[in-house]
Ligand binder design. Sequence first.
Ligand code: FIX
Ligand code: ZN
Length: 430
Amino acid sequence: MHAPVTEFRKTALAALIDRVVSSAPVVDVHTHLYDPLLGGLLLWGIDELLVYHYLVAEAFRHIELPYDNFWRLTQRDQAELVWQELFVKHSPVSEACRGVLTALHRLGLDVKQRDLPALRQWFEQWDAERHVNRCLELANVKTVYMTNSPFDDAERAAWQKGLLRDERFVAALRVDPLLLDWPQAALRLREWGYEVGEGFSTQTLSEVRRFLADWSLRMEARYLMVSLPPEFTCTESSDCALLLQGAVLPHCREFDLPFALMLGVRRAVNPDLRLAGDGVGRSDLSTLAHLCVAFPENRFLVTALSRENQHELCVLARKFRNLHLFGCWWFTNVPQLIEEITRQRIELLGTSFTAQHSDARVLDQILYKWDHTRKVLAKVLTDKYADLAATGWEATATEVERDVHELLGGAFERFIACGRGTRAGYGTAT
Ligand code: FIX
Ligand code: ZN
């Protein structure tokens, strides 16, 4: 029997873990940020922060204006209105509002002045490239995974021009339109010179694969990805199932790329809210289990939006080593749920998952998303190492550093890099 961990040792342990977690470089495995060299698509600055769709949804709890009138306002006026409603007339206690303040504070701005014009003035002196350097350094993010869609006209044009790449930004090929709206996607593919027909003939599937190959190569994509509704299933012969099995998964195997599934988004629950109008639903994870079993040569990166799916997802990850869990996505990216989900994942999976991704759409958001997550992660890990210390097992600083590195991108990058052939025999239950 070992003596309980003394308060003194617990404080020293907490200090060590705090230091390691707050100074560890992170790999941000899913964002909506862009390489600053990609045609000016990167969003940053105070007005972008204020019109982030998380805040717009919250502002509409108070705004009485008809939706259309809000959307007709200039972005500056929308930002002003959000600021008034969420920061001036009410206290900014929600996670998204607090996030704006954390970001400003980390940039050295005095938020207590509540002075929007002064904040705007401060941002006006910067250009995107210098701001990227500052934000990545302050947030200690070493790699940013983008979300890259050839179906987005502005983005497609920027890629086609060819570009120098900022090597801190890496690509992930987004295929939602292909899997979720095949008739429209087929029109686009034909327009771009891919000879696809209405049905899924061998020629159509091979042309879809040619499209995926062209874009994977052009972007140097590290994985393919899709966000799926709770109803997603691939057992019947839907367009989605046929394309997944006949083109996307074979392409991933050929190019040795994982496929990321983000499960449980119910799009346009309130279409008037536009991007802010999406909701959540519980997914049936038997579809995911089927994919892991039926396609052992594919690797799946998965996150789920519904709190109710989290436990089942952890159990699935214990069964399949071709399944890697990542992040606390969107509505689960709040301290209460980050703590619950991270604790549960550690208890069921050890350190073999990726604790967080930012999903940032505005560059400055990486400051708060990582700051807030690091605090919760340090708290959870302190409890876990203290539990070990109570048995006499004292983790060394080097071991803590190794574990934190795993959780903040190390395990992810290894999963991504894992070549075919080195991972034969997926799907073995443990
Ligand atoms: O599907 C996704 O990648 C989602 O993250 C987005 O659609 C969503 O709008 C978002 O930004 C959530 O954080
Ligand atoms: Zn996203």
